[in-house]
Design a protein around this ligand. Structure first.
Ligand SMILES: C[S@@+](CC[C@H](N)C(=O)[O-])C[C@H]1O[C@@H](n2cnc3c(N)ncnc32)[C@H](O)[C@@H]1O
Length: 225
């Protein structure tokens, strides 16, 4: 998906992916990551997700990465959070007390920018990308995090021929293929979701499931060396 596609979605407020409530899988499963207080959670392709707010309310530090500056602006304005705007390495950062949104192409962020990441939360990020971009996404995530760091990943799975993404269908076996070389994969949950999402039935889907995984990067955590 090219940057212009997403900028246009934001310009036209065609953001059906934005959830008005906190994600229930995140709330249910984040504890399984066993994060320390004030852990630093990375939210790639974050949009203006309210989940960042919930994570901050739990005491975590949050960094979102998002192409659209409009999303960053809206996030702080709509949630009545103060922020400063700083520039670093050619990128604009909207910096609040415990939430930052980096206005950047996720694929262009480098490891020195993200040394302190303790966990990753992916809802509607991997599934926002077409098949040919997913290996690069997995590769970039792998480069950004240390061994031992875990990703809480939520995916959608539906007959791809019934709907043009995004969101795209990413099956559990594709998650396996994408991550198994560098991650230990724990399958946490799966359930039928079409009945709760009539907008997707209207688009022609006959089946849609959501799946939740914890992916932990292989190798010893840095602190054990
Ligand atoms: C489907 S939305 C999901 C947003 C958010 N995760 C949520 O749950 O609401 C995908 C978001 O990724 C952003 N995006 C797409 N490609 C990106 C990239 N290469 N780098 C950073 N953000 C990107 C889009 O602007 C869009 O806001």
């Amino acid at each position: 998906m090219r940057a212009e596609f997403w900028h246009e979605r934001w310009e036209k407020s065609e953001i059906g992916f934005h959830q008005p409530d906190f994600n229930t899988y995140m709330q249910k499963f984040i504890g399984r990551l066993e994060l320390r207080k004030a852990a630093h959670v990375l939210v790639p392709l974050c949009g203006k997700s309210l989940d960042m707010l919930w994570l901050a309310e739990q005491g975590y530090r949050v960094t979102g990465i998002e192409l659209s500056e409009r999303a960053a602006k809206d996030f702080f304005a709509e949630n009545k959070l103060s922020c400063e705007i700083v520039e670093r390495g050619g990128m604009k950062i909207y910096r609040g007390v415990d939430i930052e949104i980096w206005c950047a192409d996720f694929f262009a962020v480098n490891t020195t920018d993200s040394a302190e990441i303790d966990a990753v939360y992916d809802r509607a990020a991997l599934v926002a990308l077409p098949p040919e971009m997913r290996p690069s996404y997995t590769g970039q995530l792998t480069d950004l995090i240390r061994s031992g760091v875990a990703i809480l990943l939520i995916t959608l799975d539906y007959p791809q021929e019934e709907m043009k993404g995004p969101p795209f269908s990413v099956s559990p076996s594709e998650v396996q293929d994408l991550f198994q070389a560098n991650f230990e994969i724990e399958y946490l949950w799966g359930e039928e979701r079409l009945s709760a999402e009539p907008r997707f039935r209207k688009k022609g889907l006959t089946r849609m499931d959501e799946h939740v995984f914890i992916l932990r990067k292989n190798g010893l955590p840095a602190s054990k060396f």
